[in-house]
Design a binder for this molecule. Structure first.
Ligand code: FAD
Length: 317
């Protein structure tokens, strides 16, 4: 079986759930091989959970400057690994960073890029979300190496313990003049909440929340359900909530088990980032709001009356 390279998303200590999803999908195409880009010692820390999820090889691309730069170290590492193992495909998470890495890698290797995939079958045909989520298409790379960016939350990750081999990839020094540098990392707003793209429950607030204070009820409902908080662009633009929590075409794509939209109208650009959620609940006081058309459960009412009752209901269970 050919290798299928998976770029590992991690925070230095912990592998993100989206990587386990990539490993699960990679198994359909060949032997999953994980590529860890980080500072020295990172791959050793992450090896056990990667092997538990089926990574037959862990490629360690480590250097002291690996986490100082945006896409460059990951692109270099994947290019080295591709040249070493001639994989059947490369899979990355379709996050902001992942999309950039995927695009650059495909361009460098003259490969074929499939973005916003939500499924890949065993013959390499990907189901992609296109036109802001209006359609899905099935597409396959017919020239060069397939580089596929898979949306987080597209599949249930499966454990498949294996003995993982180890390989080192010698990262070249980063070309500092030509590479974007990370100058600051945003602190998480609430340390205990799950990462937006990884959460099984997301509670999002829109302009209907009517202010930064109004977001407290969104946070309380998210916390009651052990979920993450999201926001519409209108809420972000109005300064109610920080940009890194924006869901949609120009924000993050999420696909949780449960997505609750509070005071969000359901513009196409918002739907683009959340309509693959398994169950959608919308609370909106306008019975004509488009979000109600995609919702599995719709409550027509004032979010400030409905959300506290939901919180109470969850608390007694
Ligand atoms: P509104 O459309 O103003 O809706 C507010 C809703 O709240 C209304 O339906 C109202 O009935 C309801 N409401 C008000 N008060 C209450 C209450 N007390 N209780 C219950 N309901 C209440 N948007 C995104 O979200 N993400 C994106 O990534 C994104 N990218 C974009 C990219 C481009 C190029 C463009 C042009 C637009 C983009 N937008 C995006 C903006 C998008 O078009 C909408 O303007 C935005 O999604 C609207 O946000 P909203 O639903 O919060 O606000």
């Amino acid at each position: 079986m050919p290798d299928v390279l998976v770029l590992v998303d991690h925070d230095g200590e912990r592998v993100h759930k989206s990587t386990y999803e990539l490993l699960t999908v990679a198994r359909r195409l060949g032997d999953p091989a994980a590529v860890v880009v980080g500072t020295p010692g990172t791959a050793a820390r992450l090896r056990e959970p990667l092997a538990r999820h089926g990574a037959t090889t862990v490629h360690a691309a480590e250097s002291t400057e690996a986490d100082e730069f945006l896409a460059t170290p990951a692109v270099e590492a994947l290019e080295l690994a591709v040249r070493e193992v001639s994989p059947a495909a490369v899979l990355v998470s379709a996050t902001t960073d992942g999309n950039e890495v995927a695009g650059r890698l495909a361009a460098r290797l003259d490969g074929g890029l499939l973005t916003d995939a939500v499924d890949v079958d065993s013959s390499g045909v990907a189901t992609q979300v296109v036109f802001g989520g209006s359609y899905t298409v099935r597409a396959q790379v017919t020239h060069g190496l397939p580089v596929i960016a898979l949306r987080p939350g597209s599949c249930e990750p499966e454990e498949r313990p294996v003995e993982a081999g180890e390989r080192e990839l010698a990262l070249p020094p980063v070309d500092r003049a030509a590479s974007a540098r990370i100058t600051a990392r945003r602190a998480a707003l609430a340390g205990d909440r799950p990462e937006l793209t990884e959460a099984t429950v997301v509670v999002s607030g829109g302009r209907g929340v009517a202010g930064a204070d109004g977001f407290k009820v969104v946070e309380q409902l998210a916390d009651a359900l052990g979920g993450a908080v999201g926001a519409s662009r209108a809420a972000v633009d109005a300064g109610y909530y920080p940009h890194q929590y924006q869901v949609g075409q120009t924000g993050k794509s999420v696909s949780p088990q449960l997505y609750i939209a509070l005071g969000i109208s359901g513009a196409i650009q918002h739907l683009a980032g959340m309509q693959t959620s398994k169950t959608i609940v919308a609370v909106n006081k306008d019975p004509e709001a488009p979000i109600l058309d995609v919702a599995d459960y719709a409550v027509v009412g004032d979010l400030f009356a409905v959300a506290p009752r939901l919180i109470q209901e969850v608390a007694v269970r």
